[in-house]
Ligand binder design. Structure first.
Ligand SMILES: [Zn+2]
Length: 553
């Protein structure tokens, strides 16, 4: 790059940008997210370069977004096609836990004074950092308007260089703290820009804050952990509790499904010394709404599985095995108990009628469609009604999924006990630079180069991890075999393609190596959220600039 950055000016500019950005209280999944517009238009629209080039920035409407939100994008279009994408999210989590200090949550200077008044009540490490004075406090300073401000300030200086080599795009998205509608929309925008300007995407950098295990070492993440949410729906066979052998209780089957999947490390993959934490249940309930002396008809639940390398297809096949095993066990248990019951009442042994029956959502849908010509139209109409309730905020995504399954089970011919399994949104693909490193491109040596730079410049050492464990929008930067993944999701995810979509093919078309380079932050989502000032204003911007130069050189 022909022109070095003026770091003294950069430092001032980042601080001003950060305080302005934080002041726009863009709380996630609320009307407040729209407040980003005024900030963005002022911050980018006032720069001479973007006044001169209104075609290089804008507010991109997210397709089919129920809140009508936008992706804020801005591009310095220099020489050539090589392009770096910088992403950050502009939404922040709510401020309920600030209690009496809510009105200061978005004012770092006043908040610091107020926190000092109650310093003794804060956790020890937060109290120490507050007294030390080296940290900015406030909602969003760390997660992640800190990183966003660094990106805007670097872009500002690049925009002043008439001989800039390469292209840099800054993308600010909403909804990261919720379902990542922003990033899923931004992928479509990146495809449009690629086609329009012939861009070649070389690298995507996110600037989420990093957390340190060892306080003396910072962290580069060369990928991001994935997340999938399998659901299990069980339709039992209802009986009066006094006739328990006449039915099969879905609670009993679900008990084995729950213990078979909870913290099951077969579902938690490991790679290169990193391992996903064990899966855990998020939600479990039966279909009873009042007391009576029958068994519940249904059980339903879902669990969160974090992934490193396994595909949705692989995970689903593991869930299927656990469901079949649980069903087998429940039938065997019922049979053993029934035989004791018969013996104790002086009768001959008899076989219970139950058979293990485990299906995907797709299997069930096809089965009912084949039995009932009007099913598909009825299903669509029922779905449309639920969609309306969901979009009005009256139905959670979990309950929406449950009601669809329940509708289907009521429509099928026959009443054999059945387990239906599949996935509930959201879906965050696991991404990492393994493949890119193997190919020996820029991703292969970048971490070493940046670590050496940081040690020499700042005496700050970095460690490398492959997976950012906080779940991030980088998940939507890489995809392979989009066609197979789509087929698996369509077969297993009732809500896929309706209220929730992932543009898998569009991701595959722009796939690029990724890295998270962000400032050190602590206590994300808490009242004591804070970012290290030295990282925020000095070290992280210099390292990110170095990374961009390395990629574009
Ligand atoms: Zn974040």
């Amino acid at each position: 790059m022909s022109r070095p950055v003026d770091f003294a000016r950069l430092k001032e500019d980042i601080q001003k940008t950060l305080f302005d950005y934080v002041a726009a209280d863009t709380v996630t999944d609320s009307e407040h997210e729209h407040k980003v517009g005024a900030f963005f238009e002022q911050r980018i629209g006032s720069l001479p370069y973007f006044k001169e080039h209104p075609e290089y920035w804008g507010m991109y409407p997210i397709p089919n977004d129920y809140r009508g939100r936008h992706v804020c994008w801005s591009m310095v279009k220099g020489k050539g096609n090589r392009t770096v994408v910088l992403i950050h999210h502009y939404d922040v989590v709510p401020v309920e836990d600030f209690k009496t200090l809510k009105e200061y949550a978005f004012k770092p200077v006043e908040l610091k004074e107020k926190l000092e008044e109650i310093a003794e009540t804060l956790p020890e490490d937060a109290c120490k950092d507050l007294k030390d004075g080296g940290w900015f406090f406030g909602r969003g300073v760390c997660d992640m308007k800190g990183g966003g401000s660094i990106q805007y300030s670097l872009l500002t200086q690049y925009s002043e260089d008439p001989d800039f080599e390469g292209n840099v795009i800054v993308i600010g998205v909403p909804d990261e703290e919720n379902l990542s509608a922003g990033m899923r929309g931004a992928i479509l925008l990146l495809n449009e820009l690629k086609d329009k300007y012939g861009l070649e995407y070389e690298f995507m950098f996110n600037s989420e804050p990093h957390q340190r295990k060892d306080f003396s070492k910072a962290v580069f993440s060369c990928g991001s952990i994935g997340k999938l949410m399998p659901f299990v729906y069980i339709r039992g066979f209802l009986a009066h509790v006094g006739k328990s052998f006449e039915g099969i209780n879905p609670v009993g089957i679900m008990g084995d499904v729950v213990s078979g999947l909870e913290l099951n490390m077969d579902l938690a993959d490991a790679y290169a010394g990193e391992c996903a934490p064990g899966p855990t249940w998020l939600y479990l309930k039966d279909s009873k709404i009042s007391y009576d002396v029958s068994m519940p008809l249904n059980m339903y639940g879902c669990l969160s599985v974090l992934t490193l390398i396994q595909s949705p297809q692989e995970l689903l096949s593991k869930v299927k095995v656990v469901c079949e095993d649980a069903f087998d066990k429940a039938i065997a248990r019922a049979q053993r108990s029934y035989e004791i019951f018969l013996k104790n009442t002086g009768r001959e042994p008899e076989q219970l009628p139950w058979k293990t029956n485990v299906k995907t959502f797709g299997d069930l849908y096809r089965q009912i469609s084949a039995q009932d010509a009007s099913f598909e139209a009825d299903y669509k109409a029922f779905d449309a009604g639920l969609q309306e309730q969901f979009l009005a905020g009256k139905l959670s995504i979990i309950d929406y999924n449950y009601k669809l399954l329940d509708f289907m089970m009521d429509r099928r011919a026959g009443s054999e006990p059945t387990i239906v399994y599949g996935l509930v949104p959201p879906y965050y693909p696991a991404v990492s630079n393994f493949e890119y490193e193997k190919q020996g491109g820029i991703a292969a040596g970048l971490v070493d180069t940046l670590t050496k730079f940081s040690v020499e410049q700042f005496g700050l050492d970095y460690e490398k991890e492959y997976f950012y464990t906080g779940i991030s929008d980088l998940s939507y930067a890489q995809m392979k075999d989009a066609k197979d993944v789509r087929a698996a999701l369509e077969d297993s995810t009732p809500l896929f393609g309706g209220v929730y979509d992932v543009p898998l093919e569009a991701i595959e078309a722009i796939s690029m190596p990724v890295m998270n380079i962000g400032p050190w932050g602590k206590d994300f989502h808490k009242m004591t959220e804070r970012v290290l000032i030295e990282d925020e204003l000095v070290r992280t911007p210099a390292i990110l600039h170095k990374a961009i130069c390395e990629v574009l050189k």
